[in-house]
Design a protein around this ligand. Sequence first.
Ligand code: EPU
Length: 417
Amino acid sequence: MDSLVIEGGRRLKGLVEVPASKNASLPLMCLSLMTDQPVRFSNLPQVSDILSMKALLASLGVHQESHGHFHSAKLKSVRAEYDLVRKMRASILCLGPLVARWGRAEVSLPGGCAIGERPVDIHLKGLELLGAEIKLEGGYIHAKANRLKGCRLPLEFPTVTGTINLMMAAALADGESVISNAAREPEVAEVAEALRTMGLTIEGEGSPEIKIQGKQDLNGLDWQIQADRIQLITYLAAGAITGGEVTCTPYRPKSIDRVIEKFRDMGCSVEESASKILLSAKPPFKPVNIETAPFPGFPTDAQAQFMACLTLGDPEGGFSRIRETIFENRFQHVSELRRMGAQIRLRGNLASIKGVSHLSGASVMASDLRASASLVLAGLAAHGQTQVLRVYHLDRGYEKLEEKLTALGAQIRRVPQ
Ligand code: EPU
């Protein structure tokens, strides 16, 4: 298990080229299960979650000529094994496409994970409404259907992967489906746009109601994946916490409005153009209140990074408050940030943060992807040396993190174990 060693206290400055979005790429890759034509991506990221999805698709028999090229004229299996699913919960995204195109799927039930229980009941209920027969047996979801039938799909909660799974299943069903209370995240909208390019009639993505006219055959796809808005936020936060100046590109206006609002409330300056965003900052930050929510609300995936920044609030300025409403256990960075000198009080899903004048370097343990990012941010700002252990969590979703931070002026190196 590699670790990262950071000598903190350097002001970061410069331009970051933001890689393609992991959370858009994972479902986009599953579109290859839905057509007998090739599906190609020009900029598929090189992070370990993408490698896990490639391994899963390979195990099903999807031919991959090179990184980003997928072709599934025939499949050799419709079973997503536990060993692959337990590495990455997003493996559940193959369920909708498999049952819709191939009439059968056996997908290991993802267990809980570090950030919460994360059930998949909404995915399964939706597939049943579309006419699939679902059984849970031996730790696997067994799904079958001769042909799915379009219907109304009201979601109890606007789940991101749930909306996408059902959108993909409904795409190959007979007739019209309407998903209501759909997730509105840009990654969901991108999958809908890609499906439209494959010949599907679909409208309403980005709104709570998505209408789909099912189709028997879809065309192939040549696609460039949007930049990762969560990596982008993380690099802006690296600029903020070090009192620096960071520009990120490509940037999609309207994709992180609530985040920009909070950076500004903290006292950072943010300038946007059609393709770039620039943040400059000077801690201490003004205290702010944040509540995570489905898009267009404040993303849970940026909560940990903001908490790291807010530890450097004005010690006389009162408390910042962060309420996490999406996942029940997404505060594992708190105890590690405390070890670096942060003053954070936790009550259930509410964290109250009192600013301190500085953080001190320490050895800290990464527990999940975004918690790890927050510890790296804290290390960049801390006095002295920080060692972030278990960085394999970061490798799931951050491409060339050390390289990008070094180019901004950070002193950070990976220590292989
Ligand atoms: N939920 C249910 N039942 C379901 C589905 C979800 O109760 O059938 C609950 C979850 O337990 C959770 C809430 O609904 O409390 C939201 O979960 P959602 O399904 O929206 O999350 P997800 O689709 O599993 C995606 C991202 C996460 C991101 C969340 C929220 C991917 C591959 N993952 O997960 O990304 O945090 O949406 O925006 O797109 C990350 O990248 O670090 C990450 C965890």
